[in-house]
Design a protein around this ligand. Structure first.
Ligand SMILES: Nc1ncnc2c1ncn2[C@@H]1O[C@H](COP(=O)(O)OP(=O)(O)OP(=O)(O)O)[C@@H](O)[C@H]1O
Length: 449
C-alpha cells in the first residue's frame, strides 16, 4: 500500500531532490523530464498526485493542469514555479492547481504540499493486485509451505480473515494473494492503514461523503467501502481503530450497507473484509481496547505470518529474489552475494523481518562497486549483543525442548562473561553473580572449555 507521485521537471537535480524527499515519506515516485514523457507515464499508471514544473522543454505545466482537469480529475497537481514569479503561481491556482512550490525548493514547504496532496487525492490507495501484477510469497521452508496452503484454501471462501504477525513479515502481501487467488480477483483490492487516518476524517474516509456535507467537502467522496465494492477491503493495523469507529464498522459489516456523510439513505455494499495487525487482538479485547463483537466478526479465521528468524532457510531464496528484482526494475546486471555475505545474512536476526532484508539488499545493490556483494556492502546493524541475537533467533528452540533452550541461554551468558574477563574464571563468576565452584560445574556440564 504505497502512494505514488509523478514528478515532472527538466532539471535532474530537482527531480532527484523531490524524489529523495518523497521516498523518505514512503511515497513511490515516477519522474518525467518533459511533457510527452509525463503523458506516457499517466497513460500507463495511476498516480495519487503530481508535481510539475511550469516550463517544460516541449510544453508547459498549465497544459498538464488542463489535461488533468479533463482526464485525471481525482489527481491533485501542484506547480513548481520560478523564484518570485507570483503571476505564474496565481495563474496555476486559477486553472486548477491546488498549490505551488517556489524554486529553490524548501523541503519543509515541499513536505507540506505533499501532505496536502495526500489529503486531497481521490485516487484510491489500491495495491498492485488491482493491476493483476503477480504477487508471490517467496520461501519453501515448512512454515511457508503451510502458509501458502492456508492462503489457497481461504482464497476460495468469502470468510473474513485476520492476519497476525510481526511487522514486515508479509501480512499485506498475504492479503493481496488471498484477493488475487479468489473469486473477487477482477474487482478492486483496497488497502487501508487504520492507524494512519486522522480521527475526524475517519467516517468520511471509510463511508464517503456528499458534496457540501461539511466544510471542506467540495465534492462527493466514495469512501473505502464503496471503492472496494465487489472486491476486497484490507484493514491493516485494524487494532488501531478508535473504539467509536469500531462500533460503526461493526454495523456496516453486519448490515452490509453504508451511509455516506450527508447522504439520506443507506447504500448496499458487497465487500470481503481482510484485516491484519502485529498486535494480539485478543489481548486488546481483554484490555477493553477492542470490541469483542467486532473481534469475532473479523477473526473468523486467523493466519499467522512467521518472523524471518524462524525460517532462516528462506533467506537465500528471498535474497536471490530481491537482487533479481532490483536488476530487472533498474535495468542493471544482476549482482551475486559472496558466500561469506550470504552466511552473514543467514546469521543475522532480522528484527525488521523481510522488509529489513529487502532494505539491506536494496542499499547493498546500490552501494556495491563490484559484481559481488561483500559483507561490508550489507552494512548490517550491529547494535544487538551476540546473546540477544542468538536468543532471538533460537526462539523456536523452546518448542518442545525447554531444557535445551535454557542451556543455550546459559552457555551464551557464561561465554560472554568469560570473554569479557579474558577467561578469568574467578572474575567471570563474580560478573555472573555465582560462586567459582558453581561456574566450574556449569562449564563442565555445558562443555565449555
Ligand atoms: N515471503 C515473502 N516473499 C516476498 N516478499 C515478501 C515476503 N514477505 C514479505 N515480503 C516483502 O516485504 C515487505 C513487507 O511486507 P508487508 O508490507 O506485506 O509486511 P507487513 O507484515 O504487512 O508489514 P507491516 O505490519 O509493517 O505493515 C514487502 O515489500 C513485501 O513485498
Amino acid at each position: 500500500m504505497t502512494y505514488k507521485a509523478l514528478i515532472i521537471d527538466d532539471e535532474p537535480d530537482i527531480r532527484d531532490l523531490i524524489q529523495i524527499t518523497l521516498e523518505r515519506m514512503e511515497i513511490d515516485c515516477a519522474c518525467a523530464a518533459d511533457f510527452s514523457e509525463a503523458i506516457a507515464l499517466l497513460e500507463q499508471q495511476e498516480f495519487h498526485f503530481c508535481l510539475t514544473d511550469m516550463k517544460l522543454p516541449d510544453g508547459n505545466g498549465m497544459d498538464l493542469i488542463a489535461l488533468a482537469q479533463k482526464k485525471y480529475k481525482k489527481m491533485p497537481i501542484a506547480m513548481i514555479t520560478a523564484f518570485g514569479n507570483m503571476e505564474t503561481a496565481v495563474a496555476a491556482l486559477k486553472s486548477g492547481a491546488f498549490d505551488f512550490i517556489a524554486k529553490p525548493i524548501d523541503l519543509t514547504r515541499l513536505r507540506e504540499v505533499v501532505t496536502a496532496a495526500l489529503k486531497l487525492t481521490e485516487v484510491p490507495l489500491a495495491t498492485d493486485a488491482n493491476k493483476n501484477n503477480v504477487v508471490r510469497l517467496i520461501g519453501d521452508s515448512k512454515v511457508m509451505v503451510k502458509l501458502n496452503n492456508q492462503i489457497e484454501k481461504v482464497a476460495r471462501t468469502q470468510a473474513p480473515i485476520f492476519i497476525h504477525g510481526p511487522s514486515g513479515t508479509g501480512k499485506e502481501l498475504v492479503s493481496q494473494l488471498i484477493h488475487s487467488l479468489g473469486a473477487r480477483r477482477d474487482k478492486p483490492f483496497i488497502a487501508v492503514n487504520c492507524g494512519a487516518i486522522p480521527r475526524d476524517l475517519m467516517e468520511s474516509e471509510f463511508f464517503g461523503h456528499m458534496k457540501g456535507s461539511f466544510t471542506g467537502a467540495s465534492s462527493d467522496k466514495l469512501g473505502f467501502f464503496r471503492a472496494a465494492d465487489g472486491g476486497t477491503l484490507f484493514l491493516d493495523e485494524v487494532s488501531e481503530l478508535p473504539i467509536e469507529m469500531q462500533a460503526k464498522l461493526l454495523r456496516v459489516i453486519q448490515e452490509q450497507t453504508v451511509r455516506p456523510v450527508g447522504h439520506e439513505q443507506e447504500l448496499p455494499i458487497n465487500v470481503r473484509i481482510l484485516s491484519a495487525s502485529h498486535r494480539d487482538l485478543h489481548q486488546r479485547v481483554e484490555e477493553e481496547l477492542f470490541r469483542q463483537d467486532l473481534y469475532f466478526r473479523l477473526n473468523v479465521i486467523t493466519i499467522e505470518t512467521p518472523p524471518l528468524a524462524q525460517r532462516p532457510d528462506d533467506i537465500p531464496m528471498l535474497a536471490e529474489h530481491f537482487l533479481n528484482k532490483y536488476a530487472k526494475d533498474w535495468q542493471m546486471p544482476a549482482l551475486q552475494l559472496a558466500p561469506e555475505t550470504l552466511t552473514a545474512l543467514c546469521e543475522y536476526s532480522f528484527p525488521g523481518n523481510v522488509r529489513e532484508l529487502e532494505n539491506i539488499l536494496q542499499r547493498a545493490f546500490t552501494m556495491s562497486e563490484n559484481d559481488v556483494i561483500s559483507i561490508e556492502d550489507l552494512n548490517l546493524p550491529n547494535h544487538q549483543s551476540q546473546p540477544a541475537r542468538a536468543i532471538e533467533s533460537s526462539t523456536n528452540m523452546a518448542d518442545g525442548n525447554l531444557e535445551a533452550y535454557i542451556e543455550n541461554i546459559e552457555r551464551l551468558a557464561i561465554n560472554e562473561a568469560l570473554e569479557a574477563t579474558r577467561w578469568n574464571k574467578t572474575a567471570a563468576a563474580e560478573k555472573l553473580g555465582i560462586s567459582f565452584r558453581a561456574l566450574r560445574y556449569r562449564c563442565k556440564k555445558l562443555n565449555i572449555e
